[in-house]
Design a protein around this ligand. Structure first.
Ligand code: URA
Length: 248
């Protein structure tokens, strides 16, 4: 796919998700991740003024959605009360050019401590699930519906998920995944704006919003740890996801 086409597609992604402005995707290596010392390009997502990009001679519209700016914005977010209890935000990690985007619920204690999603027991199982279909963790991008740990690990509230949605939408626009794999009820219900149970949503091909990115729902790894007999269905979901991706 040519660069012009890629940018056009990305603009469509952003527009479809209600994000009015966009910037060029940074060319980064597969495993590159931001560090806290990286230069902040765009500190304010809601900024009104345009930000020109001199090196390419392209004028960016008002909202700049580059990775550095987005991560900086998330790191100081106080859009909901989850920000009051966190140790740090858990932005997301992995391959920013990934075909697969795995979306979970919310950081837990270990994620809150380390600043990375799915690093606790659920994460270890998720890694194994990915390896089972030939994917390394570094091959995919992993994010959550909310970027801060809910106190006592309760479910994120509707308002909290809504407050955080703008960040996830921008991550999706930047990654342009070929497939979203939503693990667990909170992820599936928020992404699909549904109140169906996971058991009723899994095993099917959905599409994410107006972007129409294929989306497959499966069980949350934490549920699979409690209910190992459901692993067979999760495996089927992974195979379905891979089949969809290979046929797109
Ligand atoms: N559970 C999730 O949904 N996300 C994490 O990052 C960790 C556990």
């Amino acid at each position: 796919m040519g660069q012009a086409q890629t940018e056009q597609q990305r603009r469509q992604y952003l527009e479809a998700m209600g994000i009015q402005s966009w910037s060029l995707r940074q060319s980064q290596s597969a495993d590159e991740t931001l560090t806290s010392t990286e230069t902040v390009v765009s500190p304010t997502i809601q900024a009104e003024s345009a930000a020109p990009v001199a090196e390419k001679g392209i004028e960016l519209p008002a909202v700049v959605t580059d990775w550095a700016g987005l991560q900086a914005e998330v790191s100081v977010c106080s859009r909901c009360e989850l920000s009051q209890h966190r140790q740090q935000t858990v932005f997301g990690s992995g391959n920013r050019n990934a075909d697969w985007l795995i979306i979970g619920e919310a950081p837990g204690a270990e994620e809150d401590a380390q600043g990375e999603p799915f690093v606790g027991p659920s994460g270890k199982l998720l890694n194994q699930m990915l390896l089972a279909i030939g994917l390394k963790r570094e091959d995919v991008y992993i994010a959550n519906i909310v970027k801060c740990r809910p106190a006592d690990d309760r479910d994120p509230r509707v308002a909290e998920a809504a407050a955080c949605e703008i960040y996830l939408k921008q991550q999706i626009a930047l990654i342009q995944p070929k497939l979203i794999f939503a693990v667990g009820r909170i992820a599936a219900q928020n992404l699909l704006k549904s109140d169906q149970k996971v058991g009723d949503m899994r095993g099917q091909r959905f599409e994410y919003g107006e972007t129409k990115i294929p989306l497959v729902v499966s069980y949350h790894p934490a549920y699979l740890l409690r209910m190992p007999s459901a692993k067979r269905k999760a495996w089927q979901d992974l195979l379905l996801a891979r089949q969809i991706l290979n046929n797109e």
